[in-house]
Design a protein around this ligand. Structure first.
Ligand SMILES: Cc1ncc(COP(=O)(O)O)c(C=O)c1O
Ligand SMILES: [Zn+2]
Length: 407
């Protein structure tokens, strides 16, 4: 038997063969990849010496042939201890999982590497995605490496650098006049009509497996322990659900002793359907029709994993919090000025929400907290327009420096 045994419905647990399939025939629930866990032999020492990318966890990834993986070395990024920032926020043990340094500078390289590998295995000649910008570039890069055609569908307002970064890899960019949710609907129809592997729709059960490696790495980097609390940015909610699955699988194969970790989800105030549902104690999501936020990566008004994200936040005793554009920008600057890490606005959502939760007494000062910083600030520099001091222009004479420099 191969290591992937089935795709299992998250709602009714019906199992299906692991083919190209993403919804349950019985109840339309989402499908998860299930492995033959009893046969998986992973120990801390078996991982010593393996490559420093997400592919070190090949045994728990849904690709059959190690020689056919599409690998730009995404993952195994630093878990940075952030003592200066911790002090600023009133915490004692704060870490940043730094996914700004992936091949295309966001965590989306992880699911893209897995999904493109899987697309090759299934024999697709072309891949595509609906994207708020980061997946576009990540998929385009991995498709280029794999020699597959790539069609990227984006809403009309994403950042200029993300478009350049996608176009350079040779992807066809289709800019749709509408929101991300309009894009998502169109791309689902295109998958059927043109037979392309839409990584975050038709290949979704495999695609999300790449993201769970964030949880694997955090546990490994903490010496095979879970932190007390993880703060996760939410758009569709896929990353948060993948993190939870990752911790559960580590426990299942015996690499960690338990999953006693709180998982908190955060969104920008201009697009916070999951946070709103959590705060109002609802089980369902009321979509946001027109998202409006500086954190454009998170502008998904109708999150496809919304209800599962809510369930996971409750199961893992976390919180949900939303922050304003001002808090996002201030937090991006705070992270940069205290720890030398330049995050895109998404990271500002994470730290802004962390600040709120600490101030509200929901996170205590001695918790070991891990913040997921999922994309680089160079991908969205316009977010900071007008927020940073202008350079000081001088004549090339020493005296002109007197009012500027400290002795
Ligand atoms: C940088 C960044 N962080 C987090 C997310 C949230 O991802 P998800 O849709 O898995 O919730 C995204 C989504 O595009 C993103 O681009
Ligand atoms: Zn079902």
């Amino acid at each position: 038997m191969g290591k992937v045994t089935a795709l299992r419905c998250r709602d009714c647990t019906t199992e299906f063969p692991p083919t190209v399939k993403f919804v349950c025939d019985q109840c339309f629930g989402a499908l998860d990849t299930v492995y033959n866990y009893d046969e998986i032999r992973l120990t801390p020492s078996s991982l010593n010496g393996r490559e420093k990318s997400l592919w070190r966890y090949f045994d728990l990834l849904p690709v059959k042939d190690p020689d056919r993986i599409v690998n730009l070395s995404a993952g195994f990024n630093p878990l940075r201890r952030c003592d200066t920032l911790a002090k600023e926020l009133g915490l004692k043990h704060l870490y940043v999982k730094d996914d700004t340094i992936n091949p295309t500078y966001s965590f989306k390289d992880r699911p893209s590497s897995v999904a493109v590998s899987k697309a090759l295995e299934f024999g697709f000649k072309a891949v595509g995605c609906a994207s708020t910008g980061n997946l576009a570039a990540a998929l385009a890069a991995h498709a280029a490496k794999a020699g597959l055609d790539c069609y990227v569908f984006i809403p009309s307002d994403i950042e200029a650098n993300k478009i350049v970064q996608t176009a350079v890899f040779g992807a066809k960019i289709v800019r749709v006049n509408g929101t991300y949710d309009d894009v998502n609907r169109l791309v689902t129809q295109a998958a059927d009509e043109y037979g392309i592997g839409i990584v975050n729709v038709t290949l979704r059960p495999y695609y999300v497996e790449g993201s769970k490696t964030v949880a694997f790495e955090v546990a490994e980097q903490l010496g095979w322990e879970v932190p007390d609390h993880v703060i996760v940015p939410l758009a569709s909610g896929a990353l948060l659900c993948a993190i939870c699955k990752g911790f559960e699988e580590l426990e299942r194969v015996g690499l960690i002793d338990g999953t006693d970790v709180k998982v908190t989800g955060v969104q920008p105030q201009g697009c916070s359907p999951i946070v709103d549902a959590f705060k109002q104690g609802r089980d369902g999501i009321s979509p946001v029709e027109y998202p409006d936020t500086v954190a454009k990566s998170l502008a998904i008004g109708d999150p496809s994993d919304g209800i599962y994200t809510l369930r996971n936040i409750r199961k893992y005793r976390g919180f949900a919090e939303a922050v304003s554009n001002r808090e996002i920008i201030d937090s991006v600057r705070l992270l940069a000025e205290t720890e030398g890490i330049f995050s895109e606005p998404t990271g500002g959502v994470v730290l802004g929400a962390l600040k709120r939760l600490v101030e509200a007494g929901r996170i205590s000062s001695d918790e070991r907290v891990v913040c997921l910083i999922t994309g680089s600030g160079l991908k969205a520099p316009e977010a900071l327009t007008g927020s940073l001091p202008e350079p000081i222009t001088v004549e090339p004479r020493l005296q002109t420096l007197a009012p500027i420099m400290k002795r």
